[in-house]
Write a protein that binds this ligand. Structure first.
Ligand code: TRP
Length: 452
């Protein structure tokens, strides 16, 4: 039976494939990114600690995991890129057009994600060489001076070259190897930093901020934030998991892969919170999220810590790894597309797509206080616009396409997923009704049309 299934796989044996664990590691590498490190801990602390954490788990289960499975199943069933997979499964051009939209979204996300990944590399080097820390320095203006200079372009280029070279080496020799080395390293650094953070004086205050359950803080807004984050954190809505799924062997269970990826994402987010808050609170600093937390508050904390440049260096290396393993997965979406669309070799596609993506990202890099910093049409810099349009408009749209396609248009999804009976029904209910409605709500909320 199994053999027959393999023989019916049109590209079996001739195409690139992940190994079983390689695929899980690569997918965890994609999902564990800056979202886990600088966003999740803060929104958890702000919205009721452990109470929010439980809510987040519910959102992962009812929306995140079903859509994750759907994306992977479309990729493996369609055996194409984020656009052609839809077409291969139904023969309808309109779905390929929707998929093409996801490819463009990925390309745009990569253009500015490479900028941020570049900042983390710069900060890693600055920490380890001790240049970052000076007594009494103002880390906010330090960051703004750096982001406003031309130095970020150099680091953006480094990120582009790293990601492009990994992708040029292929699926098992590039993406898989890269993640196999970096993900275990990531876990080790995370655990070292967790011990350091939890043994700092006053660490328990940070742990309390992060996890003390406060159900009174849960409201409709927290639910929408939890949902949106479940989506972003699992790298859904722009063909990432779909493209990775297209390299999965037919014999691998995608159901168990879904659970492993969801669990991995959750554990990394949890430990990240146990690093960040004890560190920030122990030095009496204000927690925040995003750029302010990672590049302003935490350097101030490390500057006061014994061996701070080592711990700071490890922390930024952690951010850099999280960002790079995600960036590789994002860039693979347009690279895979270009290979198939124009018949390019993998190396040619990696070089061309990376180079164009670098050029497209330059305005974003220069708009965070740089020469283009003053150009803020509609109150947002170019960087903020690209972030807003991709994360809040294009990604929910991509997610909707995936749920509707799997729930309504493609009739054989259950077979490809290996689901039947109860689990198939539950998955279909999630894809047909629960996920589309909730995705629509997140979308309306993020663009300001829904007030809660
Ligand atoms: N999931 C990553 C994070 O938590 C970011 C990411 C990588 C992503 N690939 C994606 C988000 C695709 C959305 C879609 O930071």
């Amino acid at each position: 039976m199994k053999k027959q299934q393999d023989a019916s796989d049109p590209k079996n044996g001739t195409e690139e494939r992940f190994s079983k664990t390689g695929f899980i590691l690569a997918a965890i590498g994609s999902s564990v990114g800056l979202g886990n490190m600088w966003k999740f801990p803060y929104i958890t602390g702000k919205h009721g600690g452990a109470a929010f954490f439980l809510l987040f788990i519910v959102c992962l289960i009812i929306v995140g995991l079903p859509v994750l499975l759907a994306e992977m199943v479309i990729g493996r069933g369609g055996r194409g890129n984020a656009s052609t997979s839809f077409y291969n499964l139904t023969g309808k051009k309109v779905w390929a057009a929707f998929g093409l939209f996801a490819v463009l979204t990925a390309f745009m996300i990569m253009s500015y994600y490479a900028v941020v990944a570049g900042w983390t590399l710069h900060y890693t080097v600055q920490s380890l060489t001790g240049l970052l820390f000076e007594p009494g320095a103002d880390y906010k203006s330090k960051f703004l001076d750096f982001a406003g200079s031309y130095t970020p372009l150099f680091w953006q280029a480094v990120v582009t070259v790293v990601c492009g070279s990994v992708l040029a080496k292929g699926v098992s020799g590039g993406i898989e190897k890269f993640n196999k080395i970096l993900i275990p390293g990531f876990l080790i650094i995370l655990i070292v930093l967790m011990f350091r953070a939890l043994t700092l004086p006053g660490a328990s205050e940070g742990v309390a901020f992060f996890l003390k359950p406060d159900f009174s803080k849960l409201d409709a807004e927290s639910a929408l934030i939890a949902l949106g984050h479940a989506f972003f954190s699992l790298s859904l809505g722009m063909g990432c998991m779909l493209t990775y799924g297209s390299y999965v062997d037919k014999r691998q269970s995608l159901g168990s892969a879904t659970l492993a990826i969801g669990f991995g994402d959750l554990v990394y987010a949890l430990i990240a919170g146990l690093v960040i808050f004890p560190t920030v609170f122990s030095f009496g600093l204000e927690p925040g999220e995003g750029v302010g937390l990672a590049f302003m508050a935490l350097p101030a904390a490390f500057s006061k810590m014994y061996l701070g440049s080592v711990f700071g260096g490890l922390f930024f290396a952690l951010l850099a790894i999280a960002a790079l393993t995600s960036a590789v997965s994002i860039l693979e979406v347009p690279v895979a597309f270009a290979m198939e669309r124009w018949g390019w070799s993998r190396s040619k596609s990696s070089v061309y797509v990376s180079a164009v993506c670098f050029l497209v990202g330059i305005p974003s890099a220069l708009s965070v206080g740089g020469v283009l910093g003053g150009f803020t049409p509609g109150g947002k810099s170019i960087f903020d616009w690209v972030d807003f349009v991709t994360a809040y408009i294009a990604m929910p749209f991509g997610g909707l396409v995936v749920t509707l396609f799997t729930g309504y248009a493609w009739k054989k999804a259950g077979e490809e997923a290996g689901l039947s009976g109860f689990w198939y029904k539950a998955w279909m209910i999630a894809l047909r009704f629960v996920a589309p409605v909730l995705i629509l709500l997140i979308f309306l909320y993020s663009v300001g049309l829904l007030k809660v």
